[in-house]
Design a protein around this ligand. Sequence first.
Ligand SMILES: *[C@@H]1O[C@H](CO)[C@@H](O)[C@H](O)[C@H]1NC(C)=O
Length: 352
Amino acid sequence: MARLSFLAALVSLSVSYVAAAPQGPGGGGNAGFVPLVDKKFTWDKLPYRIDTDVGLPRGEQVGYNQCNATTEGPTSLCQTSFINSLDDFCLWAPPSPGKTVGEIEGEMIAWCTQPGHGTRVIPDGALTGVQFVKSPDYVQVVGFIDQTKINMVAGDAGGEMDPHGADLRGNPMGGIIFSNAFTGTYVQVVEWHNFMGGNQFCLKACDPRGANDAKFCQHIYDTQGCGFNAPSNARDTVFESCASDDQPFPGEGVAVPASSLCSTFASTDIYGPTGTVQVPIPGASTISFSPIPKPTKSTSTTAAPTSTASTSGSSSGASTPSATGSNAAQLGIAPSFAVSALAAIFGITLYV
Ligand SMILES: *[C@@H]1O[C@H](CO)[C@@H](O)[C@H](O)[C@H]1NC(C)=O
């Protein structure tokens, strides 16, 4: 009850914020403004920056979308992200340490499991358990991570990124995601949500060809965490790739959908210098599919995985994933998550 009325208040606050924002649609102050979710690109024809707005309250996009061998590594500010498979996906995380997700959600950059995308690379050992699923309407990764290894504050219960935001510029501003898991070639994921915090993460990328992509990747329950928005049976210490039924739309019930065709892997076989295994897309045999090779250390264009390795890249030589925590069957909603996210909302910004 309290939550419902609070959410209602939050929604109305957000709505009035958007209406008042000069850059908002109908705001009248900036007729040329285009919401991030309405900007469509092919992966090989990205502008330097997707968000070209200047003079708005949140400032300019901090990074860039043309990412290549030059930008790859520990100083990358690449904001072009991918979710392809268990072995090849990226998460949004801060460019530098010291700020909580709520404080820096607009400036998150791409951290990927593999070199080859012109981004930072998630250090070896940071991921301690990941489940990738492909359902009829989306692909999703849910897992466990030592978040301090990707510049997140220890103990930060986190928050949510999505291509909307109160000012419609997205969080991160100018952030874009592609996937080859739907068709075998890169397509822009229009609707997605990514929760980071409490040493857990979930990233759901909805198939843009689906009629309900905005509903499966609903962005308004941003204080509710992975258990509510992306229910799964991901387990710490387990790395698996499965086909899955669809979840209910977030907000219309929480249920872990049935999964099938699961295959499990050792993290050292899929990530880091020894990770040469390219995990097939579960159920890919049922779609028209020309697999794109696993990316390697160097690319000459935005996203093209190539077969040539160079010395760029940033993997640390950290130890193998440790078996931390319990064998929790599901990622629940940490009560502190909501508290922190709410604090972030009131302290910093309204993010829907
Ligand atoms: C690599 O990306 C950077 C940043 O977007 C860009 O300035 C540069 O021109 C790119 N280099 C090539 C060779 O495409």
